[in-house]
Write a protein of this length. Structure first.
Length: 325
């Protein structure tokens, strides 16, 4: 049986507007913005480089083998996130590109934890095994790993992948009580193995899964086929797991109900949605004062949203739903 997204996943944006309109205090307005509309979370996009070559990737990163965040970018990032904590920020979701390409990512997350901020990382998992020791020390809220295929990982990622080491790293984190979720893009070549992939990840300790409809027309899977795959995958998982998948029935932009505010390094360019980074801009901001202008720009943008300006699929790319077991 189909079920709508959980109430906690969607926020009534009107509540935020009411607080912002009624308050003459800029700090109170920003706190309402981050704490309510953005649910206390901000996406932090590291510079757009990656060690994989996934042809369906929507951010089109440059291929590199290793990288470092400059001292200046690292310092400004930590200072800004620490300031935004006073505006309701509680969790920094680090994504990219590929975060683990950056050798000094540990310095960033250590500083965030010192500032009393939680963090999560979204990763392709290729370099996850070598990061396990410092992840255990810094205790992320969650690691979200893209495991599109266990049989064809090399083909999907466009490079040799030690997938068994990735699965072992997932198991080590899960055994230590660190949440691990898995993202699977529903590609035509891997459809048949998706239930098997999720079952294997369950044995490794994963309890949360996202099944994503590919956003590239070259890898288009019919909506009915996609829904059938999601239903089979849900049936293959035990009741204590959670499977969410692209909600192809959501034909309106979710930004009027929930925030996905994102900032991209190294320019500190802000976007209204994690699906439009690099395409739309709310301006740059590296200080709390400048961030106030970002909130105003977003407010103006939301008032003009009609339909799905960012999607060529006919449904919101960040909307997820789930099936009850």
């Amino acid at each position: 049986m189909s079920a709508p997204a959980r109430p906690s996943d969607r926020v009534d944006a009107g509540r935020w507007w009411d607080v912002a309109e009624a308050s003459s205090d800029a700090v109170a307005s920003e706190a309402a913005f981050v704490g309510r509309y953005c649910r206390g979370k901000i996406f932090l996009f590291v510079p757009n480089v990656c060690d994989a070559e996934c042809r369906f990737c929507y951010v089109s990163p440059a291929r590199v083998s290793t990288a470092r965040l400059s001292a200046g970018v690292l310092r400004r990032t930590v200072d800004l996130m620490a300031e935004l904590r006073h505006c309701g920020l509680r969790e920094v979701r680090i994504t990219g590109g590929e975060p683990f390409v950056f050798e000094n990512l540990v310095d960033l997350v250590t500083a965030l934890r010192t500032a009393d901020l939680d963090y999560t990382v979204l990763t392709n998992g290729i370099r996850l095994p070598r990061a396990v020791p410092w992840l255990l020390a810094t205790r992320p809220l969650k690691i979200t790993v893209s495991v599109h295929s266990l049989r064809r990982a090399d083909q999907v990622f466009g490079r040799p992948v030690m997938i068994e080491q990735t699965v072992a790293a997932i198991a080590a984190l899960a055994a230590a009580g660190i949440g691990v979720s898995a993202t699977v893009v529903c590609l035509p070549d891997v459809i048949a193995e998706i239930p098997e992939t999720l079952a294997r990840l369950y044995r490794a300790g994963v309890r949360e899964y996202k099944l994503i409809h590919a956003n590239d027309s070259r890898y288009r899977v019919g909506i009915e086929t996609f829904r059938a795959v999601a239903e089979r995958a849900r049936e293959a998982l035990p009741p204590d797991s959670r499977l969410r998948f692209s909600d192809t029935a959501e034909t309106s932009c979710l930004l009027t109900r929930q925030g996905e505010l994102s900032v991209a390094l190294p320019r500190f360019e802000w976007s209204s949605c994690c699906a439009t980074v690099g395409e739309t801009s709310l301006g740059t901001a590296t200080t709390r004062r400048e961030f106030g202008r970002v909130t105003l720009a977003l407010r103006e943008q939301l008032s003009g949203i009609i339909g799905l300006p960012c999607s060529n699929q006919g449904f919101c790319p960040i909307a997820l739903t789930e099936l009850e077991k």
